[in-house]
Ligand binder design. Structure first.
Ligand SMILES: NC(=O)c1ccc[n+]([C@@H]2O[C@H](COP(=O)([O-])OP(=O)(O)OC[C@H]3O[C@@H](n4cnc5c(N)ncnc54)[C@H](OP(=O)(O)O)[C@@H]3O)[C@@H](O)[C@H]2O)c1
Length: 344
């Protein structure tokens, strides 16, 4: 007997992708329930070749649900995840609500799958921010080889990372540029069409943004608290796929060729790296794909033991939906959960 899986936020960017990935990977689910807010009740969404009708989260009884994949934002998660977890379902949450809670594991299966085993305290597991997930997938194999001391990262993040309304805003603003209509920023602090915005999320007291802070603290929690990280996070007019320019300083020597070889064999990584026109990955090619693409691997001549690389991934997949489904698979493969209906 398979698992009963609830997906909260199915009408959103991440939720829709979760349904697609569950079907694609033939996740062992007997039943998948599609949930969103009351306003979406009855809306139809695709799960493989099936059509599911959306139910309202606040009317739903989770008593026989085994796994709840949650992607409805931090406020909804703060209110609902503990209630769902108390009903005995494991919540795998995509929002920022629980990531830094010491009793909640923050997991990227290629990096720290073992930490999943500590999920019972709250019955909640957190998925990292989209820009963190791809970064740690690329850093982990290099850290294992030469011990990372410091990382300086600049991100180029697509609008889908800010939800479906943000994608609509890039589309409508781009159209307005050609039709000479007025452009009024709503979701973003400035115009995003044909522009870049060096602000993601709100500002903190030290001048960094919350997105930059998340990238730093989440990388430390998942990979190694001793690594120093500094980030500049930038929104770019790309629909899907986050890119990152990453400078890495190591304790021990590591050449660009060695790094290329290590990353070629590393889980979740795909190296596309030829120093010629087009010999690298761009976000456009990453959309709809599972891999974290790594390109432009070079020696940094300005520090001892330094490398520079370019890293690209589909933020809705590895940055959110795929990672959440991989965590659920990890729970099953490690026999950390059992289907309630089977146990009954
Ligand atoms: N996009 C990314 O790259 C990414 C990456 C990592 C993490 N995340 C996180 O994942 C979460 C979802 O992001 P998204 O991009 O999918 O956002 P989105 O496109 O704006 O979708 C939000 C979803 O949440 C649902 N929702 C909102 N309020 C609700 C409520 N009160 N009760 C039940 N459902 C409710 C919405 O349903 P209605 O349509 O019914 O309102 C919709 O299905 C966020 O926490 C985000 O930070 C996103």
């Amino acid at each position: 007997m398979g698992y009963k899986v609830a997906v909260v936020g199915v009408t959103g960017n991440v939720g829709r992708e979760i349904l697609g990935i569950l079907a694609e990977r033939e996740f062992p689910a007997d039943e998948v329930v599609a949930l969103a807010s009351r306003k979406s009740m009855g809306v139809e969404c695709s799960y493989g070749d099936k059509t599911l009708k959306v139910k309202a989260l606040d009317h739903y009884d989770f008593a026989d649900v085994d796994i709840c994949l949650m992607s409805a934002g931090a406020a909804v998660s703060k209110e609902w995840s503990p209630k769902i977890a108390a009903k005995g379902a494991v919540v795998i949450d995509n929002s920022s609500a629980w990531r830094m809670d010491p009793d909640v594991p923050l997991i990227v299966p290629e990096v720290n799958a073992d930490a999943t085993e500590r999920f019972r305290k709250k019955n909640i597991i957190a998925n990292p921010n989209c820009s963190t997930a791809q970064l740690v997938v690329a850093l982990k194999p290099l850290h294992d080889k030469a011990k990372i001391k410091r990382v300086v990262v600049a991100t180029y993040q697509s609008v889908s990372g800010a939800g479906k309304d943000a994608m609509d805003e890039l589309f409508s603003q781009s159209k307005a540029v050609f039709t000479l209509d007025e452009i009024e920023p709503k979701k973003f602090p400035k115009r995003i069409a044909f522009n870049v915005i060096p602000q993601i999320d709100t500002f903190m007291e030290d001048g960094f943004t919350k997105e930059e802070w998340k990238l730093v603290v989440e990388t430390k929690k998942i990979l190694d608290p001793k690594i120093k990280v500094v980030a500049t996070c930038v929104r770019v007019p790309v629909f899907i796929g986050h890119s990152e320019a990453v400078n890495i300083e190591f304790e021990n020597p590591i050449s660009a060729d060695e790094a290329r070889e290590i990353l070629r064999g590393a889980p979740g990584c795909l190296v596309i790296d030829k120093p010629e026109d087009g010999g690298y990955a761009t976000p456009f090619e990453s959309a709809g794909e599972d891999a974290t693409y790594i390109s432009r691997i070079r020696t940094d001549p300005t520090v001892d033991n330094g490398l520079v690389l370019w890293c690209v991934s589909d933020n809705l997949r590895k940055g959110a939906a795929l990672n959440a489904v991989q965590i659920a698979e990890c729970l099953i493969n490690r026999k950390l959960i059992e289907a309630k209906r089977k146990a009954a």
